[in-house]
Design a protein around this ligand. Structure first.
Ligand code: AMP
Ligand code: GLY
Length: 415
């Protein structure tokens, strides 16, 4: 069996790793991949949004199954193009990807189908948006209506910050002229609930929690995610059932009813607020860095699971280990702002699984090649043990230009 994975980050490394454990021993390709992925798959130098290039490659190589990682590839229509050519591909159509690529589409859907989320209003006019925000309490939640690589959400603490963000989003150059969703500000612990979705059928994965801020104590700017773990003690079985029935299943049904069924991963970014569990955002793909802690727990054959979802069959048996995983991201100093690349890395002594997020080979040496560079992931019977193991691995990694958070899992440990 020949499998193609599209993408180049830690999420794709975890997908390649899961496929590599399949008893079918698939031949794995990854486009474009990275230096860590290259140890487990053949990297193909095609960008994730080069739909025609990817399609030509899959047809000429006789790829049996393609698994899409990033939202940009989905939004570029890679799934539609592959399906039109009769190829099997795991991921959502361009129309279904709107659940992530348009905040307004997601909000209208949730309102129509009574899926719990923050109240909102959307604007295209800067003066109207500013007038609305100035009459409401702060902080104000401002979301750009489009893919913005994790930078499209601003939590403005006062009118000055709100004004700057609205200018950027509605009249500035940085996003392109667009639409902004202004949302009610919610509070409570956040968690990620991912599921394989096939039309109305929803197959849940273990819960995970991401750490979006750059620094310890959830301080500093928002990032793509600085670490994650599974086994969340503050989410009980009742919460999971509620979220499964009233959020994930209802959303899957809604998408079928709207004529754009889901056929891949639905990611619910949820918050346990004092008024119950609510949706903060949906993603149309595996979360990053959540996937790096969730997929190692998949005991079933990943080839079978992805293939079944891709062809509309039940992904069964779908079995998950009860273990806990914790992952810590090592990022380039300066990230999520500007940073330098090309620093040599030695991670040979880590002793735990190391997923590569942004690495490359230069003159035969492993070097940093992105904002988020590596993610060390450890597995144990408890959060405490997983944390001890993962930080031991992290401290063995040698590179002069990396930093990491030292408090991943603090919500679970009551810190
Ligand atoms: P998003 O990209 O929509 O997940 O937003 C990024 C982060 O902004 C979330 O992880 C939350 O921490 C925060 N956020 C988004 N929406 C809200 C909201 N309505 N209330 C409070 N915080 C929010
Ligand atoms: N971890 C958040 C995301 O994947 O968007």
């Amino acid at each position: 069996m020949k499998v193609l994975v599209i993408g180049s980050g830690g999420r794709e490394h975890a997908i390649v790793d899961a496929l590599g454990r399949s008893p079918r021993c698939p031949q794995i390709f990854c486009a474009p991949g990275n230096a860590g992925i290259a140890a487990q798959a053949t990297c193909v130098s095609l960008q994730d949004t080069d739909v025609q290039g990817l399609l030509d490659f899959a047809l000429s190589e006789g790829i049996d199954l393609t698994v899409v990682g990033p939202e940009a590839a989905l939004a570029a229509g890679v799934v539609d193009a592959f399906r039109a050519a009769g190829l099997r591909i795991f991921g959502h159509s361009k129309a279904a990807t709107r659940i992530e690529s348009s905040k307004e589409f997601a909000k209208i859907l949730m309102e129509k189908y009574d899926i719990p989320t923050a109240g909102y209003k959307s604007f295209t006019d800067y003066a109207e948006a500013l007038a609305y925000v100035s009459l409401r309490p702060f902080p104000a939640v401002l979301k750009y209506d489009g893919l913005a690589a994790g930078k499209g959400v601003v939590i403005a603490k006062d009118l000055i910050e709100a004004q700057a963000a609205l200018k950027d989003m509605l009249i500035g150059e940085s996003f392109g002229k667009g639409k902004v969703v202004v949302e009610d500000y919610l509070t409570g612990p956040e968690f990620s609930f991912m599921a394989f979705v096939n039309g109305c059928n929803v197959y849940p994965m273990p819960l995970a929690q991401d750490h979006k801020r750059a620094f310890d104590g959830d301080e500093g700017p928002n990032t793509g995610g600085m670490g994650a773990y599974t086994g969340l003690p503050f989410i009980c079985g009742e919460d999971v059932s509620f979220a499964y029935e009233n959020i994930l299943k209802r959303t899957a049904y809604a998408m079928v009813n709207e004529g754009c069924p889901l056929t891949g991963v639905l990611y619910g970014g949820l918050m346990k607020t004092p008024q119950g569990i609510k949706v903060i955002e949906f993603n149309a793909r595996f979360g990053d860095p959540e996937t790096e802690v969730v997929l190692p727990l998949l005991d079933s054959d990943a080839c079978d699971i992805f293939s079944s979802v891709a062809c509309g069959n039940d992904p069964q048996p779908l079995e998950w280990s009860e273990d806990i995983t914790m992952g810590v991201v090592l990022a380039s100093k300066g990230y999520p702002g500007s940073y330098r690349k090309g620093f040599e890395i030695d991670c040979n002594e880590a002793g735990e699984r190391i997923f590569h997020m942004g690495t490359a080979m230069k003159d035969g040496k492993l070097v940093t090649n992105g904002g988020r560079v590596l993610m060390a992931v450890a597995r144990a019977a408890s959060v405490t043990d997983a944390r001890e193991k993962v930080y031991k691995a992290v401290s063995s990694i040698k590179c002069e230009n990396l930093f990491y958070r030292s408090d991943i899992g603090h919500w679970a440990l009551g810190e």
